[in-house]
Design a protein around this ligand. Structure first.
Ligand code: SER
Length: 320
């Protein structure tokens, strides 16, 4: 099957392309940035999703059957450039939906986020809950979910999405507020120290990248008649930041992990749920995470060490 990825140069893209290739798909990767060295896709195209004509003509030319829409500006960066964030995230998603309709794409997979929620949601937070985000990123993710639901009910278009927790991987993220968790691992291994920009008691939903990739691919493959909704909460673990630091310290002896909260980013973290209720995903399409905090740490830390060795010997492959 021909699959197209938008925003493939970000934290998720290379690993997602790899997983889709392993499943035998022909992968067309696109991004506004240049091709990462680690990208294994069959084709690479420059694509600015905020340029509607470019999106439509590329989709018409390449005729993907399924599109994974990853292109977005994340929450922390989004607060620095809210107008640009609206353009890329909200208008970009509208353009991608329109291009899917015009080019007869069969299915659009959408990356939503815990950031659709604002302060005061129940713990754990269910799928159907008030959506009052405080960030432009969250506002645009709500907008994308609503647009997709509209295309589904209006035209029967197969729109599906997951609300990702903060994602942890060896691949560096770009401008997220959940990044403190990832940097405890990557900088902890790489330079032996990291100062988190949050309080030690901060708790948000987190997930290891292999589970996140499996979630979105398995949702794509689930029979539509099993799905009671278009967008699903998915959950793995929600440790306080101090607990993450303690686990990293156990695996990386001598590492120096400290906390100096940044008021802006802490306010965003405090506005998000502590944990998500993913009952609907479990019941409708059998979602279940493989990794908890301990299992992730045991898998991830050796991977970061391997990349560090590669990095010393060869130029970095789009990582670190
Ligand atoms: N990881 C995202 C961010 O921090 C949340 O989905 O912006």
């Amino acid at each position: 099957m021909k699959v197209l990825i938008t925003g493939a140069g970000g934290q998720i893209g290379c690993d997602l392309a790899h997983m889709l290739k392993e499943r035998g798909h022909y992968v067309i990767a696109t991004d506004i940035a240049s091709r990462p060295l680690a990208m294994c896709a069959d084709q690479w195209h420059h694509l600015d999703v905020s340029d509607k004509n470019s999106v439509i003509s590329l989709f018409r030319q390449d005729e993907p059957e399924v599109v994974y829409h990853l292109a977005a500006i994340l929450s922390a960066r989004g607060e620095e450039i809210p107008q640009q964030t609206y353009k890329v995230n909200e208008i970009g998603t509208f353009n991608v939906l329109e291009a899917c309709r015009e080019a007869h794409v069969r299915q659009l997979m959408y990356c939503s986020s815990i950031a659709v929620f604002g302060p005061g949601t129940p713990d754990p937070t269910p799928d159907d809950c008030f959506l009052q985000p405080t960030t432009m990123y969250g506002v645009t993710k709500v907008g994308g979910e609503l647009l997709g639901n509209y295309y589904h009910s209006r035209w029967g278009f197969d729109f599906r999405g997951v609300r990702f927790p903060g994602l942890i991987s060896a691949t560096l993220p770009g401008g997220g507020t959940s990044d403190y968790a990832l940097f405890m691992y990557v900088n902890g291994v790489r330079i032996g120290a990291y100062e988190s920009f949050c309080r030690p008691d901060t708790r948000i939903p987190l997930m290891y990248m292999p589970d996140a990739l499996r979630a979105i691919v398995e949702l794509s493959e689930a029979p539509r008649d099993r799905l009671g909704r278009c967008v699903y909460n998915i959950a793995a673990f929600s440790p306080p930041a101090q607990e993450i630091a303690d686990v990293v310290a156990k695996h990386v002896p001598g590492v120096k992990l400290s906390f100096r909260p940044d008021p802006g980013r802490q306010a965003i973290l405090d506005s998000w749920p502590n944990a998500l209720d993913d009952t609907c995903a479990r019941e409708d399409w059998g979602w279940s995470p493989n990794f908890d905090l301990e299992a992730m740490s045991a898998d991830l830390i050796p991977k970061i060490r391997d990349l560090l060795d590669d990095h010393i010997q060869t130029p970095p492959p789009g990582r670190f």
